[in-house]
Ligand binder design. Structure first.
Ligand code: MD3
Ligand code: FE
Length: 238
């Protein structure tokens, strides 16, 4: 047998007579994956938190998208939004010449938005609890669709009734760099990579931070193809 087996990960090449170098322990014995990261006092990134449930999430999303397809809404000023969007839940975020607001019905169909799938409700509640927000029960899920090149400019989320409620975001597909700003538009922004399966929770004093998404780099995600989908779960109503 050869002394080392180059096809095996280094942690599996150990030989009982030799000590394992300390330098290997962090990288190769990190069997539990990346740990939650606190980005600010009330903002937590949970890398890969949704990975175990991706197929269940996609299965739940398919009928939502059939009933309420992605569409490009217009800003009150008349500009077509680059991000495609739809919603599920008892309320959905809409934008038109009258402004931004939450609506119980889909303006395309005139019917209520599709229901919030239990798998999403449950994932959001578990993620929120990890960040210290127990008992989170969202009533709205905004589903954003990004093609390569699409960006989301710096904004605050202030159309919800109670800013005491957190928001949970789930990233799927192509990676993104999100801009994490401060409470003033002009505040310096941090760039945070968001990957397939990452979940981000923010609330408390971080709830009204400015944020955005840099243009998505061209690429093909093995599961979702040439797109990024972001789900944001919110408690929009009272
Ligand atoms: C909010 N969506 O739909 S979610 C939105 O990736 C929206 O589609 C983005 O912003 C998306 O309104 C970003 C992630 C996020 C990250 C950090 C934040 C939202 C944040 C920090 C403060 C407030
Ligand atoms: Fe936002």
């Amino acid at each position: 047998m050869p002394a080392n087996r180059p096809n095996l990960p280094s942690a599996l090449q150990w030989c009982p007579s030799k000590p394992i170098p300390n330098s290997m322990i962090q990288s190769d014995l990190d069997l539990f994956g990346p740990q939650p990261q606190r980005l600010a006092s009330h903002t937590v990134l949970l890398p890969g938190f949704a990975l175990a449930e991706i197929e269940a999430l996609l299965d739940a999303l398919r009928p939502v998208l059939r009933a309420a397809p992605f569409r490009h809404m217009h800003t009150p000023g008349g500009l077509r939004m680059a991000v495609g969007l739809t919603n599920c839940g008892t309320l959905g975020w809409v934008s038109d010449e009258h402004g931004y607001r939450y609506s119980p019905s889909d303006p395309l169909s005139g019917k209520p938005w599709p229901a919030l799938p239990p798998v999403l409700l449950e994932l959001a509640a578990r993620a929120a609890a990890m960040a210290g927000f127990d008992g989170f029960v969202p009533d709205a899920c905004l589903v954003n669709h990004y093609l390569p090149g699409t960006r989301l400019s710096l904004h605050q989320d202030r159309d919800e009734q109670d800013f005491g409620q957190p928001i949970v975001s789930v990233s799927l597909g192509l990676p993104a760099v999100f801009l994490f700003g401060g409470l003033q538009r002009a505040d310096k922004t941090q760039r945070i990579p968001l990957n397939h399966g990452d979940v981000l929770v923010w609330g408390g004093e971080d709830r009204l931070r400015f944020h955005g998404v840099l243009p998505i780099k061209p690429g093909v995600h093995p599961r979702l193809g040439e797109r990024r989908i972001n789900l944001t779960l919110r408690k929009a109503g009272g």
